[in-house]
Design a protein around this ligand. Sequence first.
Ligand SMILES: C[S@@+](CC[C@H](N)C(=O)[O-])C[C@H]1O[C@@H](n2cnc3c(N)ncnc32)[C@H](O)[C@@H]1O
Length: 145
Amino acid sequence: MLGYDIVAPKVTVGPQVVVRVADVYELTPELIRSHAHLAMGWDPPKPDSQETGFDALVSDMMPKTTGVRDADQAASMGVVEAALHLALELLQPDGVFVAKVFQGRGFDEIVRDVRKALVEVRVLKPKATRQGSRESFIVAKGRRP
Ligand SMILES: C[S@@+](CC[C@H](N)C(=O)[O-])C[C@H]1O[C@@H](n2cnc3c(N)ncnc32)[C@H](O)[C@@H]1O
């Protein structure tokens, strides 16, 4: 498993997980494929193959909040859009995309974008979510051709 965070994580993860420090806006599908190759010896699909490689892309990114509600909401939508963009390039045809999304301005649009791009789409609020939290998760599977 390959993970990214803009801030180096303080927790240690198991040997099967490789974490790199990177800003999602600076990541490209090519860079991620090369990191996967370096970290896990993963061979990228051949150029003429329909396979794109990854089984799942999961994002629980949340940019630092500023206290300005609209700006924070826009920033949180931005990272989801960036993750979706990468997912569409990297996921296998039956791959899974999961993203934490905050309800508010831009929420319907991002759900619409995910529905346009993936076949099965659900918006879920885990039972463990704090009461009153605007946090929910988009869970989607299967890239549209
Ligand atoms: C809710 S925390 C989750 C952290 C970690 N996945 C965990 O479970 O402990 C949100 C994380 O998103 C990261 N983040 C925010 N903006 C980012 C960006 N532009 N690129 C990459 N990571 C980002 C933050 O540094 C933060 O660690």
